[in-house]
Design a protein. Structure first.
Length: 187
């Protein structure tokens, strides 16, 4: 609008008197029981197992969909103490993040480490597009008896709430792990 007004393509801003308000949204996350059910559910369909694995990996790392989709082998390292880390710039904020990888997430990475198409792409996990992931997550929730509108983003809320904060990880660490530039606390 500003460019159009500055170049006299428009004489008046049609949105000048409109004010938008953000409505608070309740973040959807999985409880410990729901996450445990999802992790241990026997799923016979390969595509659903893979989507579940990617989702659970995001629950354990706090990675956003776009970050797990672009996660490569070069982003993974093990330090001298044998601790495995993800070192990656976040897609949204371009901030470098360093994420500790817990054993359960390492197990998911190992599960796919010899998959030829992933080796060829240097990818860690078989990540589909976001639309398919979300559609398949709905199927998985039905199989698990979880009656919540989950999406790939739910994994980040699950990490923050169920995995991190319920295990007494400080809010500042959770915020940094999630790749937030500033810590915002809303009451």
């Amino acid at each position: 609008m500003r460019i159009a007004l500055d170049n006299d393509w428009m004489k008046k801003d049609p949105f000048a008197t409109i004010r938008f308000k953000l409505k608070p949204v309740d973040a959807v996350y999985l409880t410990n029981e729901e996450l445990d059910c999802l992790i241990h559910k026997e799923i016979s369909i390969e595509r659903l197992r893979q989507v579940r694995d990617v989702f659970v990996f995001c629950c354990f790392t706090g990675l956003a969909f776009c970050d797990v989709k672009s996660l490569k082998r070069e982003h993974i390292s093990t330090d001298v103490n044998g601790i495995t880390w993800i070192h990656k710039k976040r897609t949204k904020t371009k901030q470098m993040s360093t994420i500790f990888i817990i054993d359960a997430a390492k197990d998911l990475m190992k599960k796919y480490e010899k998959q030829p198409d992933l080796i060829e792409k240097s990818a860690i996990l078989p990540v589909l597009n976001n639309q398919k992931m979300n559609a398949y997550l709905k199927e998985i929730c039905t199989l698990c008896g979880i009656n919540k509108p989950i999406s790939t983003h739910t994994a980040r809320h699950t990490f923050a709430t169920t995995v991190a904060l319920e295990n007494n990880i400080p809010l500042e660490v959770v915020s940094k792990t999630l790749g937030h530039v500033t810590t915002q606390v809303h009451f």
